[in-house]
Design a protein around this ligand. Sequence first.
Ligand code: NI
Length: 136
Amino acid sequence: MIISRRAEFSASHICRNPQLSDEENARLYGPAANANGHGHNYVLEVALDGEPDPATGMIYDLKELKDIMMREVVDPMDHRHLNFEVPPFDTVIPTTENLTLEIWRRLAPHFTEGRARLHTVRVYETDETFVEYAGK
Ligand code: NI
C-alpha cells in the first residue's frame, strides 16, 4: 500500500555546465542556461510504502511526513536560488533529475526503520513534466 503527500516550493535555477561553451549550453538547455536564472513553482510528491499497523490502521503519520518534507526540502529550498544557496547545486547542475535525486537523498534516511519505506519521489517542474525516482 502506498501513501503520498504533496508539497510545493518555488525556487530559481540556472541549468548550465561551466565546462561547456555558451553555444553548447544554449543547445543543451535552451533558455534555462541563461545566467540570470529563472524560477519554477515546483510540486514535490513523496510516496511511502508499507502495511498499515494493525493497532493504529496507519502506515505512517502523515503529519510527521509533512514535517520531514518541510525540514529537509521546503524550508531550505523555498524562495532560494538553487545554484547559489542550496548545496550541492553550487557544483551539481540543478536539473529536475538532479533535484529529484537530491531530495531522495535527504528523505531516505528517515525511512530506514519502522513500517514505511520511501517508495518514490516525484518532482513536477511544470504541470506537464515531472521526474520520478524510486531508488536504485
Ligand atoms: Ni528551469
